[in-house]
Ligand binder design. Structure first.
Ligand code: USQ
Length: 396
């Protein structure tokens, strides 16, 4: 099928583009290269030496014999350009990664909050509006987040998007289904909540076919395709804004930096390996909803772990020291998290587990590129509240 990958230069978009290209899809990457500009703004680089898109594309052509076309376009700003692209390319599907994805970056300042809202909300709405205006029946697959649910569920297992509820009325108890109530923990996560409402509206009003993937935290760096050649290597973020928790711990262990556990480390989160992420995208593309269906929602995660348990596992494997640091975020310091993920398992996903992949991840990436690390960028400096900025810990 022909697929536009919006945000195809990013951490998830690049390996997904190659995975789809490798299985025979005709892939067009659409990107404004904002993630590379943010690296410059923050003064930090990916731990892995990622290549320019020109070099990436040439390497992929050389290695695979397949071409991935690239269009430079800001889909949040250039609506006519996006509409023209969809009209000209006539894609079967669009995979939408083109959003600012870091919670700490979204909380840095008023400027960053407003950028994240403007960029993410406009990007998503422009895609939806352009699909309708193009008149084409395009399946939209969006990378959402587990963070739309919030993380405290009072022992209940989080369903895949929709919750059955019973509402007492004077006549009877009425059973109905609602979108699981949202409870975002950052401006970034809030944009994905707003996305959900736009999806529900466009699925209802215009009968767009939409799949929303509520993804957990990715760990790992490379996939079968990005491992094929050094020039295809995926990015690895370790800094306090873009680095995610497990990859940060792997990198910290490799450079001899104490593992930075926020608060008690009692936060439980959902995880998925990057290889499984690209498989899930392909499974979602192959199993679209029908016209007129509600938004199809998958929980795209394979394991849950407490942050302090992850630190303990990494410490056991590497001998790294664990250090608890004040939590820069406003979040529950302890939470349970139980999540349904039956849909992808039923479609044949066989998840990579931490047990089998962690050591390989340390050796193949974190340790291999450790000398490229700038340790001054490890501390997380974005604080969630004005009280924290004044030195008072946040209470939740
Ligand atoms: N944490 C630490 N130490 C660190 C970094 C993080 O204890 O050095 C803690 C945080 O306080 C938080 C948890 O680890 O409780 C997860 O933080 P994270 O930065 O790994 O993940 P998060 O900010 O939630 O965002 C990441 C991705 C985002 C994606 C989300 C999925 O950046 O794009 O949507 O994971 S989820 O977390 O399931 O909502």
């Amino acid at each position: 099928m022909k697929v536009l990958v919006l945000g195809g230069d990013g951490f998830c978009g690049w390996p997904a583009s190659l995975h789809l290209s490798a299985r025979g899809d005709d892939v067009v990457i659409v990107d404004n290269f904002s993630r590379r500009r943010i690296d410059e703004e923050l003064g930090v680089q990916s731990l892995t030496p990622i290549r320019s898109m020109v070099e990436r594309r040439a390497a992929w052509r050389e290695i695979s014999g397949r071409d991935v076309r690239v269009v430079e376009l800001d889909i949040a700003q250039d609506y006519p350009g996006l509409l023209q692209l969809i009209t000209d390319e006539r894609p079967d599907a669009i995979v939408h990664y083109a959003e600012q994805r870091a919670a700490p970056y979204s909380m840095k300042s008023g400027k960053h909050k407003r950028y994240t809202i403007d960029n993410n909300v406009n990007a998503t709405h422009n895609v939806l509006c352009a699909i309708v205006e193009s008149g084409r029946d395009v399946h939209l697959v969006h990378l959402g987040t587990m963070g739309v649910y919030g993380y405290g569920t009072a022992g209940m297992s989080i369903p895949e998007g929709y919750l059955n509820i019973q509402v007492p009325t004077p006549e009877a108890v009425v059973e109905t289904e609602i979108l699981y109530p949202s409870n975002p923990g950052s401006i970034y996560h809030m944009t994905k909540v707003l996305d959900q409402t736009m999806f529900a509206y466009y699925a209802k009003n215009d009968e767009l076919r939409i799949t929303d993937l509520h993804q957990g935290i990715i760990w790992g760096t490379n996939t079968e395709q990005t491992k094929l050649d050094e020039r295809l290597v995926n990015r690895f973020d370790y800094d306090g804004d873009y680095g995610t928790v497990l990859n940060r711990f792997l990198m910290q262990a490799a450079v001899g930096y104490p593992l930075t556990v926020h608060g008690t480390g009692g936060q439980t989160r959902a995880f998925i390996h990057i290889q499984d992420m690209v498989r899930c995208i392909a499974l979602a593309l192959d199993n679209p909803p029908s016209r007129g269906d509600r938004v199809k929602i998958f929980n795209q995660m394979t394991e849950t772990h407490r942050v302090r348990d992850l630190a303990a596992i990494v410490s056991r494997l590497t001998g790294a020291r664990i250090e608890t640091v004040p939590d820069p975020r406003k979040e529950a310091l302890e939470n349970e998290l139980i999540v349904h993920n039956d849909k992808f398992l039923a479609l044949g996903l066989h998840p990579i587990t931490l047990d089998e992949g962690l050591l390989r991840e340390i050796n193949e990436t974190a340790a291999k590129y450790a000398d490229r690390a700038d340790l001054t960028h490890i501390p997380a400096t974005s604080l969630w509240t004005r009280e924290q900025q004044a030195g008072i810990p946040a209470s939740v």
